[in-house]
Design a protein around this ligand. Structure first.
Ligand code: HEM
Length: 214
């Protein structure tokens, strides 16, 4: 018995996926149905480049800026990894929007896929939150003031607004604690949430199949 067979006997994940890939698609499925897949590729690319950046990035108010300069200017291909991370995040947002338009146009949000719409919408919110938290990490003037303005918007929430701003910033002002908080959200909390939501999203796509008729 070779290694793959032995693993398959234990995990049993290959055969169900083979069967899934052989399932026929409904008619009219075309390029527009690949938009979610492109979004997934962009998400994977940003995860990979993010993991590479985390090898050198230092999430402290003293060293964050210098560590980004080091990555961008001194490390071999560091500029490419950093730029790819930034652009794959933007591409991800564009393709999520295009994918959502496809789902709306083909009315795939209707039952029995309503929960998959909810899982998708929540993933979009998490992706936006990843963009917002990531923007602070270079710790330069633009990042700092964007976060001051962005977090202050939370104060417009009725009743809990001020407490929300305090919670987001980890204090009255944007500072070192905010940087660590945003870093933790960006690399740990939000990616874990996204992973769970996307697992649910794909599980439902597999179970329910692609919506057939308009
Ligand atoms: C990171 C974000 C997302 C990724 C990677 C993703 C990925 C995918 C993929 C690969 C599919 C299979 C069919 C296709 O590609 O069109 C799909 C289906 C679906 N997605 Fe998403 N999606 C995301 C966000 C969203 C959002 C924001 C919504 C709506 C608010 C949504 C709603 C749906 C629905 C309802 C289906 C089932 C469509 C059908 O059966 O025809 N997704 N998604």
């Amino acid at each position: 018995m070779d290694l793959l067979q032995w693993l398959e006997r234990t995990f049993g994940v290959i055969q169900p996926h083979r069967d899934f890939l052989k399932r026929p698609l409904p008619p009219r499925v075309g390029y527009a149905y690949c938009l979610g897949g492109v979004a997934l590729c962009a998400a994977l690319l940003s995860a990979l480049t993010g993991m590479l950046l985390s090898l050198y990035y230092v999430p402290s108010a003293r060293e964050a800026y210098q560590s980004v300069v080091l990555i961008h200017q001194e490390l071999r291909l560091g500029w490419l990894v950093r730029s790819t991370h930034k652009w794959s995040g933007n591409v991800l947002i564009v393709f999520i929007l295009l994918h959502t338009i496809r789902v709306v146009v083909s009315r795939a949000y209707r039952p029995p896929r309503e929960l998959n719409w909810v899982a998708g919408a929540l993933s979009f919110l998490v992706v936006l939150a990843m963009g917002f938290t990531g923007y602070l990490l270079p710790w330069d003037q633009r990042a700092y003031w964007a976060t001051v303005v962005g977090t202050s918007m939370a104060s417009t929430v009725p009743v809990v607004g001020e407490s929300l701003v305090y919670l987001l910033r980890g204090g009255d002002e944007v500072g070192g604690v905010t940087l660590i908080r945003f870093y933790s959200l960006h690399v740990l909390w939000l990616p874990l949430m996204l992973l769970l939501l996307l697992w649910a999203h794909f599980h439902m796509v597999k179970r329910l199949g692609i919506a057939a008729e308009l």
